[in-house]
Design a protein around this ligand. Structure first.
Ligand SMILES: O=C(O)CCC(=O)C(=O)O
Length: 292
């Protein structure tokens, strides 16, 4: 805390690599988002939505065949995604963008639309290996530090609609190279020194640095609907462009209809979309951050 009733989100995120905001959503918001997420997930499992995270692949690009099972539904803001207005309201509204602006230390005019996806219960138990989202495991300690000492220029979050203890992080690891024990560990090591299982209740919001050392551990018998988003700062430039555009958002972002948002949120959304399109026009052939 910073001495007032307002938590120091930026400070906590900077120290630990993640920060939790309990009960960010009202029960009405949880209910309406659960409905929209159930529809999106059922369509995806039935093979009616091609933008999915398929088992057992960890990183993009993912194939669009859902037969082997899925662990995520991509592109909630896509114009063809049913419920995209509910998702747009949750992405661009103050519940998430308020804390995101405090974390980035910026105003609406600096923010760039990025990704909004859904992480779901897989059809069979599945685990992600330890990773940083934008630094490959092969990086030397010097290469890790070079990247980690640059500003993040983004905020990334998980917004849980059911209890969720899938995300495991090593607090503070977003500021240092991997220790020898982390570097030489099995990629699926169940216990790393100091690791923490991020426990979330329905409606909890957790922001985390995407280059914190982390993994996901998912169970087929535990319901999961966790909205997974990121927002950029306009100064993030091509580093952020790679993170976002590797997910092919550029193919549809100009077709999103933000007409159902209230006027203030709509203006924010239009500005954020415009800045993403501009970023895309400067940063072609971004490639992929990590490979399976
Ligand atoms: O499931 C999660 O919360 C983490 C997902 C993750 O680590 C990733 O998408 O790279």
């Amino acid at each position: 805390m910073n001495g007032t009733a307002t938590p120091d989100l930026q400070g906590e995120l900077s120290t630990n690599g993640f920060v939790r905001i309990p009960s960010a959503l009202s029960s009405d918001q949880i209910e309406s988002l659960r409905d929209a997420c159930s529809t999106a997930t059922s369509r995806a499992r039935a093979g009616n939505w091609p933008h999915i995270r398929t088992l057992p692949k960890q990183f993009p690009p993912w194939p669009s065949d859902a037969n082997g099972g899925i662990w995520g539904v991509q592109h909630l803001l896509h114009p063809d995604q049913p419920g995209n207005d509910v998702f747009a309201s949750s992405y661009f509204g103050d519940t998430v963008m308020g804390p995101a602006k405090r974390i980035l230390g910026c105003d609406d005019e600096d923010m760039v639309m990025e990704l909004y996806n859904l992480l779901v219960r897989p059809e069979r138990d599945f685990e992600l290996r330890w990773h940083r989202d934008d630094i490959p495991a092969s990086a030397s300690p010097e290469e890790e530090m070079k990247r980690l000492s640059k500003p993040a220029w983004h905020a990334q979050w998980n917004l849980a609609l059911f209890e969720d203890s899938s995300l495991v992080v090593v607090p503070g690891s977003h500021k240092r190279p991997r220790a020898e024990v982390e570097r030489s560990a099995d990629p699926y090591e169940a216990e790393l020194p100091g690791m923490l299982i991020v426990e979330m209740k329905p409606g909890d919001l957790v922001f985390y640095d995407n280059n914190i050392l982390h993994r996901g551990v998912y169970r087929a018998d535990v319901e999961r609907m966790t909205l997974h988003g990121s927002v950029g700062h306009v100064r993030g430039g091509n580093l952020r462009a790679r993170n976002v555009l590797q997910h092919a958002v550029g193919e549809w972002v100009d077709q999103c209809d933000f007409g159902k948002l209230d006027e203030r949120t709509k203006q924010r959304a239009e500005g954020m979309r415009k800045r993403l399109v501009e970023l895309g026009s400067w940063n072609k052939d971004v490639g992929y951050s990590l490979e399976d």
